[in-house]
Design a protein around this ligand. Sequence first.
Ligand SMILES: *Cc1c(COP(=O)(O)O)cnc(C)c1O
Length: 403
Amino acid sequence: MSENTQKDSAREQGFGTRAVHAGQHLDEVFGAVVPPVHLSSTYAPVKIGQLRRGYDYGRGTNPTRDALQEQLAALEAGVDEHGAPQATALTFASGLAAETALIMGAAEPGTTIVMGNDVYGGSYRLITKVLAKWGVKHAVVDMGDAATVAAAVDAAKAEGPVLVWLETPSNPMMKVSDIGAIADVAHAAGALLVVDNTFATPYLQTPLALGADVVVHSTTKYIGGHSDVIGGALVIPDAELAERVKFQQFAAGAVNGPWDAYLTTRGLKTLGVRMDRHAANAQAVAEWLEGRPGVERVLYPGLADHPGHELAARQMRGFGGMVSVQFTGGAAAAKQVAESTRLFQLAESLGGIESLMNYPAEMTHASVAGTELAVPDNLVRLSVGIEDAADLIDDLDRAISAL
Ligand SMILES: *Cc1c(COP(=O)(O)O)cnc(C)c1O
């Protein structure tokens, strides 16, 4: 074996290769290249106490879910020299089911969750309205400033255990926060750092490599990628923590079904190709929007004047497909644009191949109206799809020129 070949075999496989192959084991019965979808809820043992392949009941384990979990773990955490993922991924029926399992499994009553002042509204609602009843407390801070986070973490620590919850880039303000710096703050206080990586995806950002302890996903968004399946995931490198949360997944049972796992696996295989196009289109749209009459501010980390541009260039491999826009004409202008585009469909959610537009103040973020997480009422959020950029810009031009 030449030295070059040895070097090649030691090099970790690239993202695209892992996306296509990780977890996709050849079907030994028929040789099917695409692993079959295993719908069976239960598995016959060889005899009592002797399972055939470790499977007994679908809430606990299912081969199609395992394929997705292995594939996602390989993308967030990388693989060792035998191709085995360096973390455990656990998938769930939704992003919020994943978050519930993580907090119930990893935290205890009395824990304070220190979270950003622009976390996903549903995460805020879960923590403040549901888990609060079980003794989970919360503190809301500006994650853009590590010193502020450190002060909040120290204050919370005096009251009990702490969990730090970070989303970057954030939704819908597109604020970029320093994952490494906040990991240091969390670890100095003996706390875990959880990063919601839904917006960036492992193609553009790998928080575990920057010091995070857990990655959370709504796989409903870019990972599924086609707006046709709801799901969530956790990726956890620490084996003991993963075991605790896996017990929660099994015992509380909010798992995704085999068909949903299959659709998500299928979407995940093309993540890199889609994200390149999402990001190129979003950059074109953001540059076109900037300075347009009627546009007050464009929030996209790929713009050189975005406050998080340099940090994003350092900790991400691209700036993603989400763009927020504020209009000088206030709420009326924002709503008029949101209701008059043709290609950009007015809808909640994001991350699918088709472009979507959302008016957060009354749609995705209605649940945080009047709280410290409220969003400006002159803002619309664009999930820029993979259509042709020129057509998307024509669509926006028509809607904005009519203001
Ligand atoms: C959608 C979303 C969630 C919640 O996921 P569901 O699949 O809707 O339960 C969590 N975090 C972010 C950033 C999201 O966009």
